[in-house]
Design a protein around this ligand. Structure first.
Ligand code: WT7
Length: 641
């Protein structure tokens, strides 16, 4: 992306000036791990390499690094050079033989009423057995394993088993349809796929195996499909390819060596949406990723041994990787996995679960907070919330109104709200409060210790206070993505060329007079629908898959609960005319192509789309048009059906 093409920045920050700061309670500060957050941050920022080296020493290494940081091949930075570790050695192995081994690692519940608890020792055995099973299927170091599972313990077990033997996992969100899954599997050249027969959500059964079979049509790389039997009905298994998880794992030995990995060996690939149709395959590594995730978790969430942590994120997203699974396990605490939506069958389901399991930290998304808020306060009973001591938010800016509701109703004015800004690419939190600092509703506050964030103009010059600019990270950090799988050039272009010298986040932000940062959303054509990042191009490709559609352009519109929703402008082929039935049918096609998350709320039929001379669709004009501004010099749009 060329920064000179980016929009002019003119954002009015009405709410910025009136937010009073919320101080932490004295009792929280008394128990906090870091009380002098300012001094702590200053020390870290004075010598970030020393800070990260100290953070790395909190983890287990088979062999220490020779050098903390290497920038000889910019921007392909290396961290903990020649250090040997494995994230699983930190998540599991090192807890075995200590008192942590009998602690609950994972509590799982589904909205269909099923429950399961795994201690660290049990999880260790389960992971070892699957790791041995994978080896039996000739999977080893560097092989790619696709995972298509809902939020069930096997998702965590599968990720850890891959990591244990040095295979690279790639999880696809189970809400994605066959074509999206196919694209991902083809891109990464997966050798094996782990899925389940069905998944559950709001009492609905999702036929995942069927989607997998469709996705694998014509595929040449996947040799085996491992199927977790989650439902009760018979499963259609393909001979010589499909194997049941239980049948594979049951006879395996309980021990399996953990592969000694180089700090820079890939741990996983995770696809996310960019401005182009094909999603980007973000690559994270064993060493630096573990260090960044572990450190950020302990610091921002003030982690204690006794914490019961619930991140509502699905394993298909980076939050599900970093903070539902890897961080809590590295810290040796209990993590909750919930299969379903936590406001089903009743809006108080989430609060009942918190009470039942004594959840101390809840980490969720603004879209969900807004949805709960809309259900009314009567569901949020204070007696169910006693165990909570800290609340987190992630995925999109949290509006001050939702922040205050979360703070007063859920947090009962006792829990700090930790609004964490980060990305799939950053691996771990970049901007987030330290829990003992004063908080401003709607601001993610400041960069984490050791992270240098800035708001700049397109030339990289610092923007004045209260003026909007591009958010950049000025220095590399350990958990940053290492490349885009198979596309190193694109990695360079997207993240390091727009504003030379800095990591380009693609977000806009404002810094206020106290140095607090206020996030303002993306600069590029990427939407955030209910906290899920999805490229307009990806939705457009799905719209144009319908036989009647000649061309389509998608824009984001503000949405009360989802944050943003997608609207498609559609040009029909000759011989088709718009009506309600066709609109429904196009929406069905989109759902089929991408899964339910990206379904456009609105379709408008137009005769043409506004374009640049080079033929690029000008989505910005469509946005203006949507906002009621007149359009000049554009073709087609003025003539509406
Ligand atoms: C984009 C990254 C990082 C985990 C989940 C999303 C937006 C994320 C916040 C926040 C304002 C946020 C940004 C960012 N975003 N967290 N706390 N405040 N905006 O990961 O799908 O890679 O999306 O989400 O626009 O660039 P992702």
């Amino acid at each position: 992306m060329d920064a000179s093409n980016l929009p002019k920045l003119e954002i009015k920050n009405a709410y910025l000036h009136n937010q009073k700061a919320y101080k932490p309670t004295a009792s929280f500060v008394k128990k906090a791990n870091v009380k002098q957050w300012n001094a702590f941050r200053e020390k870290a920022n004075k010598d970030p390499l020393a800070y990260w080296e100290k953070a790395a020493k909190d983890l287990f290494w088979y062999m220490p690094w020779q050098k903390v940081f290497d920038d000889s091949e910019k921007p392909f930075y290396k961290w903990f050079v020649d250090g040997k570790t494995n994230i699983v050695a930190n998540c599991l192995d090192r807890h075995i033989g200590t008192e942590v081994e009998n602690k609950t690692a994972i509590i799982w519940e589904s909205d269909s009423g099923l429950k399961r608890k795994l201690t660290y020792k049990q999880l260790f055995y389960e992971v070892n057995k699957l790791a041995n099973g994978l080896k039996q299927l000739r999977i080893g170091k560097g092989d790619r394993v696709a995972i298509y599972l809902q939020n069930i313990p096997e998702a965590a077990i599968a990720m850890l088993a891959c990591a244990k033997i040095g295979a690279i996992h790639s999880v696809t969100y189970a809400g994605f349809a066959a074509s999206a899954l196919r694209k991902r599997i083809d891109d990464e050249g997966a050798k094996i796929l782990i899925t389940s027969d069905v998944g559950y959500r709001r009492d609905k059964e999702l036929d995942m195996k069927h989607i997998v079979d469709e996705a694998l049509q014509g595929n040449r790389t996947v040799q085996n499909v491992i199927v977790v039997q989650h439902g009760k009905k018979p499963v259609n298994m393909k001979k010589n390819r499909d194997v049941f998880y239980e049948a594979l794992v049951q006879p395996q030995p309980k021990y399996c060596d953990t592969e000694m990995m180089d700090a820079e060996d890939p741990l996983f690939i995770l696809f996310n949406s960019g401005t182009v149709e094909r999603p980007k395959a973000t690559v994270h590594v064993h060493g630096g990723y573990a260090v960044g995730v572990n450190q950020s978790f302990k610091l921002a969430f003030d982690i204690k041994d006794t914490d019961v942590f619930w991140s509502t994120a699905d394993p298909g997203w980076i939050t599900g990787h970093s903070y539902t699974i890897y961080a809590p396990l590295m810290a040796g605490i209990t993590t909750i996995m919930y299969e379903g939506v936590p406001d089903f069958p009743r809006p108080d389901k989430i609060w009942r679960l918190i009470n039942k399991y004594g959840v101390t930290i809840l980490y969720t998304a603004p879209t969900f907070i807004r949805a709960l808020m809309a259900q009314g306060d009567k569901w949020v009973k204070p007696e169910l919330l006693k165990s909570l001591r800290l609340l987190g938010s992630v995925g999109e800016p949290i509006n001050p109104e939702a922040w205050k509701w979360y703070y007063t109703k859920v947090g009962r004015k006792k829990c700090p709200i930790i609004d964490t800004w980060w990305q799939t690419e950053t691996g771990s939190f970049m901007i987030a409060p330290q829990p003992t600092m004063p908080l401003k509703p709607g601001s993610a506050t400041m960069a984490m210790p050791g992270i240098e964030a800035a708001v700049v103009d397109k030339k990289g010059r610092k923007m004045p206070v209260n003026k909007s600019g591009f958010l950049v990270i000025k220095k590399p950090w350990p958990s940053m993505m290492r490349t885009i799988w198979g596309e190193p050039q694109r990695f360079k272009e997207l993240y390091f060329e727009p504003i030379p010298g800095y990591y380009f986040t693609g977000d806009l932000a404002v810094r206020d007079k106290d140095g607090y940062l206020w996030m303002q959303g993306r600069t590029d054509d990427v939407l955030k629908i209910a906290g899920h990042r999805i490229g307009t191009a990806e939705i457009e490709a799905a719209v144009t898959a319908h036989k009647s559609v000649a061309e389509a352009a998608v824009i984001g519109k503000p949405h009360k609960i989802k944050g943003e929703s997608a609207k498609a402008f559609v040009v029909l082929k000759d011989g088709f005319s718009p009506d309600e039935k066709l609109e429904k049918d196009i929406k069905k096609t989109i759902r089929k192509q991408l899964g339910p998350i990206a379904v456009t709320d609105e379709i408008e039929f137009v005769k043409g789309l506004p374009k640049t001379r080079s033929g690029k669709v000008m989505r910005r004009l469509l946005k203006d048009h949507e906002a009621g501004k007149p359009l000049k010099n554009t073709t087609g749009l003025t003539e509406r059906h």
